[in-house]
Ligand binder design. Structure first.
Ligand code: ATP
Ligand code: MG
Length: 398
């Protein structure tokens, strides 16, 4: 039994001491059985939220309507969720009503896939009511119960199934897959934000290709922002070397490059996926860098402008196109730049202003930029007198 569970044992025992049931459930049990690292230990209990709050002193109502209370113990925190059923899904997404129940079985029944419907008691015994262990052994993603009903209840589960196929490198059971094929259009009802979370996990998974193929074949992609009609290009994307992608921005950059988007279309593409401005900026840098590198070797000014992290990310992306990355070489070239950021320049805007008898304005920034470019390109050395003389030259030429 992994450490994470041993630490949480006390929580389960305290709930049990009050006469309630408590189990580890969901992803943590699955990942422990797969010998994979565990992120969060989720606990399910027959106690109602109010009862949990009476047992523990430090709690936070993180999702009390859904039955979830966060319990804080020392440095650790645990999500404790009351056994519940979810009924009358009228809009193919979240349930209209959540009903708390006292039976573990009811709670496991509402879970999406058999491998996610396992529970473990405090003694490490597994409760496996839907043959989840067998599916774990055979590496299969299978809906709990009738997949068609389950996807009708909550269409997001289709995307979840695909992302687990990628993350775990499992295959999707035929009935489950055929239900995705039939109901893919229900994804229309799901918010972009929730689809994006699953799609990114799919892209970053261990076997991206194994999930992208059914994602395309079942036509789920037609209900994803800006991917409609791009099936053929998505297949190209699926056929790239199946090496795991390292970061979200790298995943977006690779996708955007492969589906042939122009650099000026990146912002609107990622906006429609509800990505942050920070993410958009990073992806723009990577796609720009990748385009430059596909043309030839690095220009020093691009090394300078992108910075080391982005440069190395671009080198990693190059692997997918040229089957090699020149990480060491790029790093060395970056480190040998005369300066690495504007702060290392021997003069500032204020120095320039003080030196010339001109009114402040846009010209100061432009001047600094020209000086910076010249220094980076080793046209002039980074010395205050030299830089001011260079600036004077430029002004005299005007
Ligand atoms: P991860 O490692 O990505 O966190 P996870 O299996 O823990 O994977 P979560 O989204 O954290 O996934 O959900 C926890 C558990 O809640 C799942 O294992 C599953 O039992 C259940 N669950 C989550 N989302 C759904 C859903 N849409 N429908 C049914 N059950 C769900
Ligand atoms: Mg989880």
């Amino acid at each position: 039994i992994p450490d994470e569970f041993t630490k949480a044992e006390r929580v389960l025992r305290e709930i049990q001491a009050q006469g309630f049931e408590a189990y580890f459930v969901g992803g943590s049990v699955r990942d422990a059985l797969l010998n994979q690292p565990i992120h969060d230990v989720d606990i399910a209990t027959s106690a109602y939220p109010e009862e949990i709050k009476e047992i523990f002193h430090r709690t936070v109502d993180v999702g009390i309507d859904h039955g979830t209370v966060l319990v804080l113990i020392g440095e650790e925190q645990y999500e404790i969720t009351t056994f519940r059923t979810e009924s009358t899904y009228q809009d193919f997404r979240r349930p209209d009503t959540v009903t708390f129940v006292r039976s573990l079985k009811e709670d496991l029944k509402r879970r999406d896939f058999t491998i996610n419907a396992l529970a473990m008691n405090v003694d490490g015994e597994i409760i496996d009511l839907f043959d989840g262990i067998n599916d774990l052994e055979h590496q299969i993603i299978r809906a709990v119960g009738n997949p068609r009903e389950r996807f009708h209840e909550d269409a997001l589960r289709m995307m979840r199934g695909l992302r687990f196929a990628s993350q775990l490198d499992f295959s999707i059971e035929p009935e489950t897959l055929s239900a995705i094929e039939d109901f893919h259009s229900l994804l229309d009802k799901i918010s972009v934000e929730r689809i994006a979370v699953e799609f990114i996990k799919l892209l970053l998974g261990k076997n991206r290709r194994a999930a992208l193929r059914p994602f395309i074949e079942t036509e789920c992609y037609q209900y994803c922002p800006e991917l409609r009609g791009k099936g053929a290009m998505l297949f190209d994307f699926a056929e790239l070397p199946n090496k795991q992608i390292e970061s979200e921005s790298q995943a977006w950059a690779l996708l955007i490059k492969t589906i042939g988007l122009k650099e000026n279309a990146i912002r609107s593409f990622l906006k429609s996926w509800k990505q942050s401005n920070q993410m958009i900026y990073e992806v723009q840098q990577l796609v720009y860098g990748l385009n430059q590198r596909l043309l030839g070797d690095w220009e020093v000014i691009d090394l300078f402008n992108l910075g080391l992290d982005a440069v190395l990310s671009v080198e990693k992306l190059l692997f997918y196109y040229e089957q090699k990355s020149k990480l060491e070489e790029a790093k060395e070239r970056y480190l040998s730049l005369p300066i690495h950021n504007r702060k290392e320049l021997a003069i500032t805007g204020n120095d320039v202003l003080a030196y010339f008898d001109k009114t402040p304005g846009k010209w100061v920034g432009e001047m600094i930029e020209m000086i910076e470019t010249a220094v980076v390109n080793r046209q002039i050395i980074n010395n205050k007198k030299v830089l001011l003389a260079f600036a004077k030259d430029m002004i005299d030429k005007e």
